[in-house]
Design a protein around this ligand. Structure first.
Ligand code: ADP
Length: 695
């Protein structure tokens, strides 16, 4: 991370360095250009001055000519022509544009170009500066546009006196084209502007006449590092131009030299690129060095980690709690860890290069171990895991062990790893466990026997108690009709003479006998044993038969009966007599419970099929069952009815029958009042039941 940051910083520095170098190169080149431009400017100025100075003598020379003076004093055509010829020759020799002599009124009296321009004589020069300078007695050096051609020209004038009297002026006209030709257009471009800012001469002839401002209006001033101020005219010609000017105060002219600033830009770019390239190369070098360093470091770390891992593996192998042995394809031992040496009581010297089979009692592990060892060198070798065998120590003692053999991964010679676990302790524990299990089984058996006899005793006691309760109830139930019968029999004896009354008493005795028969019948049902064979019985049919028995009682009590049958299979495994007994008890109880009910008495039977079971609900609108007796209802002899009305055996019989048939019953109170008994029985299954019966 740190070196990455350093790299970014170095790259940034490289870019900054490149920018700085580019800037310095541009500045340095501009300084050079500026110096070169200044030198050129100086050369041009001295050249221009030299050119002008070359004509300085000419007006004076004319003023000294006798013919000129004579013409001014005594003007005549002949003299005019003579002087004009003289001027013509002189101008030709001097290389001026024109020479002319003006009289005291500023009118030309002689003119070097008299052959071509006769109208020149007609024009007055009285107001021209060069004439006014001469008139004032001064030597004129003036720039003006030529009156005849309109081209820019430089005029040199000198006064002509006769006995200190101003008689005229000698004027030399130098067209600036001459200067332009003289300075030429070789070297740096230059331009000469007049006092009004118009270009009067330039290395580029087409510029002449243009306003200087049109070339320099977007001038930029820049200060170089050495303090020099340079001016740049970006829009001049194609390149950015470096402009250097000098003002010639006496002439009112400004000479400007232009330089192409492109070399500065080029140098700047080159220096920037070179520096950037160098910096990038430097960065790449740094990067390469860094990568090399990182690679070396990572290699070192990997080697270190490898060594550490090997050491750790060696430590693990040496301190492992299992014996580890490597063998070659001939079954010779090549390495044994500490635990293996300890297990077999060996020293490395004794064990190495010895056959592995020496460590085993081959007689007892002959099968898989022998097979595996014989296949070590072949392709048919299959790894062995979790095999038990008997090991032999160096002292000849034996111990049980568990071993595995698998091939070790690798490209060279085949190697096999044998793991050995001493299972003496496990075997001991297993034996102890077996002993403990055997003794536990004995104990459990004895305890079960004990419990069984206790249970038998309890059942016996319960039976006796039930028998006691039943006996007292039976005694009570039977005593009452017996006493009544005894009374009726005594009465019968007395009524022997009154046969009409006797019949009534005998009917009473008959009724009492019936009641006693009912009691014994009920007791008989309770004692009824489960039948040997169960038949398919339709619960719907049972319901119909039972309801038919209660027909008269329903009419008497005005009970509203509703019966709901299931649509599909309604058969159960049972016997119809006992199932009807169940229904008789439940319906009888329901009618008893509704005896005191005011309003509508309702009895509802609902038979539903629930997969493998059939369920029947018998619900009434009677007084319901008190919550505290709900769990005692099915106990034998539990009754809330008065003595003589109920024995308390009905529901106990019902539950007993249903459980015998693989079903059961429960009771609850309905939310709207009344009790609801729900019984369920397994539905009749043809195949299963047949098989069951056969078995
Ligand atoms: P018994 O009818 O001879 O009393 P049962 O074993 O048939 O004996 O009934 C035990 C008791 O269960 C009855 O005394 C009665 O209190 C209660 N019982 C049974 N069926 C109903 C019912 N439909 N509504 C209210 N109580 C009931």
């Amino acid at each position: 991370m740190r070196s990455a940051l350093l790299l970014v910083a170095v790259s940034l520095a490289a870019v900054l360095l490149a920018l700085f170098a580019a800037h310095r190169a541009r500045d340095w080149t501009l300084q050079q250009l500026h110096r070169q431009g200044a030198e050129t400017l100086l050369e041009r100025v001295s050249e221009m001055r030299g050119w002008l100075d070359g004509y300085d003598y000419l007006p004076f020379l004319l003023t000294q000519n006798r013919d000129v003076r004579a013409l001014l004093l005594y003007p005549n055509q002949e003299m005019g022509v003579r002087v004009s010829r003289y001027l013509e020759q002189t101008s030709l020799v001097a290389g001026s544009t024109a020479l002319f002599i003006l009289d005291v009124g500023g009118r030309a009296v002689a003119f070097s170009n008299w052959r071509d321009q006769q109208d020149f004589y007609l024009r007055s020069h009285a107001r021209r500066n060069y004439f006014l300078d001469a008139r004032k007695g001064e030597q004129g050096r003036r720039f003006a546009l030529a009156g005849d051609t309109g081209s820019p020209a430089f005029y040199l004038s000198a006064p002509i006196y006769d006995a200190r009297r101003f008689v005229g002026a000698a004027v030399v006209r130098l067209n600036l084209e001459l200067l332009q030709r003289r300075l030429g257009n070789a070297g740096l471009p230059w331009l000469l502007s007049g006092p009004e800012g118009t270009l009067i001469a330039a290395s580029e002839p087409t510029w002449v006449g243009r306003a200087l401002a049109s070339l320099s209006h977007s001038e930029q001033v820049q200060r170089l590092l050495n303090g020099t101020e340079i001016r740049r005219w970006p829009e001049v010609l194609e390149g950015r131009r470096l402009a250097q000017s000098v003002e010639l105060d006496d002439l009112g002219w400004t000479l400007t030299v232009l330089q192409d600033s492109e070399p500065a830009e080029r140098n700047s770019r080159t220096a920037g690129l070179f520096t950037l390239g160098g910096s990038i190369a430097f960065c790449l070098l740094l990067l390469y060095l860094r990568e090399r360093r990182l690679k070396h470091r990572s290699q070192r770390e990997t080697q270190l980690a490898l060594r550490r891992s090997e050491q750790r593996q060696r430590d693990i192998i040496d301190t492992a709690q299992v014996g580890l042995i490597t063998v070659d394809s001939a079954g010779r031992m090549l390495f044994l860890n500490g635990m293996a040496l300890k297990q077999f009581g060996l020293s490395p010297k004794l064990a190495l290069q010895q056959p592995l089979s020496r460590l085993f009692c081959m007689s007892q592990a002959a099968g898989p171990l022998e097979a595996a060892l014989s296949r070590l060198g072949s392709s048919g070798f299959a790894p062995l895991t979790g095999q038990e065998a008997v090991g032999r120590r160096a002292d000849g003692s034996e111990f049980p062990l568990m071993f595995s053999i698998r091939e070790m991964p690798g490209n060279g010679q085949r190697r096999f790893l044998v793991t050995v676990i001493d299972i003496s302790r496990r075997k001991r524990l297993e034996q102890a466990l077996r002993d403990a299990r055997d003794s536990l089984e004995d104990k459990v058996e004895a305890r079960t026997r004990e419990l069984h006899s206790m249970q038998q005793e309890l059942i016996q006691a319960e039976k006796l108690a039930a028998l006691g309760r039943m006996s007292s109830a039976v005694v009570h139930e039977l005593n009452q009709p017996l006493t009544a019968m005894r009374t009726y029999v005594a009465i019968c004896r007395q009524l022997n003479e009154r046969p009409d009354l006797l019949a009534g008493n005998l009917e009473q005795i008959d009724a009492l006998v019936d009641r006693m028969a009912l009691i014994t019948r009920q007791l008989k049902t309770f004692a009824y044993r489960k039948p040997e064979r169960l038949e398919p019985v339709s619960l719907g049919d049972c319901i119909d038969r039972t309801l038919a028995l209660f027909g008269t009682r329903f009419d008497e009590t005005g009970v509203e009966l509703s019966v709901e049958r299931c649509s599909g299979e309604d058969r159960v495994a049972g016997d119809s007599a006992r199932l009807e007994q169940v229904l008789i008890n439940l319906i009888g109880n329901a009618l008893d419970a509704m005896t005191d009910t005011q309003g509508t008495r309702r009895l509802a039977l609902r038979l539903t099929s629930r997969g493998e079971q059939l369920q029947l609900e018998v619900c009434d609108s009677g007084g319901g069952i008190a919550e505290d007796v709900l769990d005692k209802l099915f106990d034998p002899f539990f009754t809330t009815k008065s003595i003589g009305s109920g024995l308390g055996l009905g529901l106990a019989i019902v539950r007993s029958i249903l459980r015998d048939l693989g079903g059961d019953i429960d009771a609850r109170n309905r939310a709207g009042g009344g009790a609801c008994f729900r019984l369920w029985l397994p539905a009749w299954v043809e195949v299963t039941t047949t098989n069951d019966r056969e078995t």
